[in-house]
Design a protein around this ligand. Structure first.
Ligand SMILES: [Cu+2]
Ligand SMILES: [Zn+2]
Length: 174
């Protein structure tokens, strides 16, 4: 009996060590579970991982019309309105104009368009050095992620003319 116990507990130690090695401390994570809005059938989630001064954004989305869709962090985490208007405008703590993430002038919440395949799936990663998962002024915990019906043109003010809000999810710390 003693030997069996010893084998089981050493196996557990092995599992714990492996888990610690793959999830280092000091990497805050957050997730937004997408809810369909404006009569859409969009689902999926967006995860955020702080890696040093960058936030890695990973989106896995289903039920989209094929093609490009505006994708942003919005100011409010309130997704309750049927058209997601409750999420308010793009997250913009620096009072910048709307623009492309690669240009000097853009909202902190401006992210690259998601591109859905013929089946309506979009799987994308992006990085941002402007947003954070901390409690500073650029923190996005408690805000929202919104996906739009149309492409963001990265120019039109204040939101890139990307049309209806077809999905919304509140960003929650994991
Ligand atoms: Cu938006
Ligand atoms: Zn914007």
């Amino acid at each position: 009996m003693k030997m069996i116990t010893a084998v089981v507990s050493s196996a557990c130690v092995g599992v714990l060590v492996a888990a610690c090695a793959t999830v280092p401390a000091g990497r805050p994570r957050a997730e937004a579970r997408l809810e369909a809005r404006s009569g859409s059938e969009v689902g999926g989630s967006v995860t955020f991982t702080q890696v040093g001064d960058k936030v890695l954004v990973e989106a896995r989305v289903t039920g989209l019309p094929p093609g490009e869709h505006g994708f942003h962090v919005h100011e409010s985490g309130d997704c309750s309105a049927p058209d997601a208007a409750s999420a308010k405008g793009h997250f913009n703590p620096d009072a910048k104009p709307h623009g492309h993430q690669g240009s000097s002038e853009h909202h902190a919440g401006d992210l690259p368009n998601l591109i859905a395949d013929a089946k309506g799936h979009a799987s994308a990663t992006a990085e941002s050095t402007i947003i954070s998962l901390g409690s500073d002024s650029h923190g996005i915990i408690g805000r929202s992620v919104v996906i739009h019906a149309d492409p963001d043109d990265y120019m039109s003010q204040p939101a890139g003319n990307s049309g209806k809000r077809i999905a919304c999810g509140t960003v929650r710390q994991l």
